[in-house]
Design a protein. Structure first.
Length: 75
């Protein structure tokens, strides 16, 4: 069962490049909190987990098109 989210963002069919830039800004603004992302782009099931691994944000749970991401602390 996913954690309760602090914020929800529906990115719709936004493509990977644009999505990652917007996601970065959202997560930086909410350290330690959980964002529920809704992303319907066909590449999202691969792109979102890869992005989280590379940036050290925690992918708490995924059930495409929904992703719960805990923003890492700034340290």
């Amino acid at each position: 069962m996913p954690l309760a989210e602090h914020e929800t963002w529906n990115a719709g069919e936004m493509g990977c490049g644009e999505l990652v830039l917007a996601l970065r800004m959202r997560l930086l603004a909410m350290p330690g909190r959980v964002l529920k992302l809704i992303a319907t782009d066909a590449g999202a099931p691969e792109d979102i987990p890869a992005y989280c691994r590379m940036t050290r944000h925690e992918l708490v749970h995924m059930a495409p098109p929904e992703y719960w991401i805990r923003a890492r602390s700034p340290n």
